[in-house]
Design a protein around this ligand. Structure first.
Ligand code: CA
Length: 227
């Protein structure tokens, strides 16, 4: 299921968008200002962002530009007002993938979303190379992790484990899931080994490793990445 971040400050439009998209089977989250949009987009693993131009805090163009500058490749569709003709062109210049003029029919928007997702799916499947949560930033291409700007030393296995968690944000992964996704189907390990790796990651990335905020244990089920 594709995850869409809706950024729209007009509540009626935001609610209508959310309803239309959920009806189409998309997993939708909504924010109503530019600054939260930027923070959420950088942290969440979205497949697409619907971004209004006129927003409180930071306008849609600046948000889009900041995301692209941060190396984020998630497709962006700008929502522009009818009069913002010059804006449309600027929107494409700053790295947006498409734009749609308000007011628009839901069918038209859905068609645009499908087209953009289809294009994106063939270009970059999976996680973007740079991810962040809290004060941690991880670059999976360069194998670099930083916490509050300082380098954190992660082993190759810890990078892999973290990547699997980030690819499944908010979902509970059982020990079997982790074993299969991180080590592969033919490897046999005791649960203890996996706990140890998770605890090591916690001690490197969490403020209070004993009370983790991100790598959360779910009693009897496994682990879930929150954030
Ligand atoms: Ca607006």
């Amino acid at each position: 299921m594709s995850r869409i971040l809706v950024v729209e400050d007009e509540p009626t439009i935001a609610i209508a968008l959310q309803d239309d998209l959920e009806l189409e089977g998309y997993d939708v989250e909504a924010v109503s200002d530019g600054l939260s949009a930027e923070a959420r987009a950088l942290q969440g693993n979205y497949d697409l962002i619907l971004l209004d131009v006129m927003l409180p805090g930071k306008d849609g163009f600046s948000v889009c530009r900041a995301l692209r500058r941060a190396g984020m490749k998630t497709p962006v569709i700008m929502l522009t007002a009818k009069t913002q003709v010059a804006d449309r062109i600027a929107g494409l210049d700053i790295g947006a993938d498409d734009y749609i003029t308000k007011p628009f029919a839901p069918e038209e928007l859905i068609a645009r979303i499908r087209a953009v997702l289809r294009r994106a799916g063939t270009q970059n499947a999976g996680l973007q190379t740079v991810c962040s949560f809290g004060d941690v930033t991880v670059d999976f291409e360069r194998y670099e992790a930083k916490r509050s700007g300082r380098a954190v030393d992660l082993t190759a296995l810890e990078f892999k484990l973290l990547r699997v968690f980030l690819e499944h944000r908010g979902k509970v992964l059982s020990i079997d899931d982790l074993l299969r996704l991180v080590w592969g189907p033919d490897v046999f390990l005791t649960d203890r080994v996996i706990y140890t790796h998770i605890n090591n990651l916690r001690s490197k990335l969490e403020d209070e490793p004993a009370r983790p905020r991100y790598l959360v244990g779910v009693r009897g089920l496994g682990y879930r990445f929150d954030g």
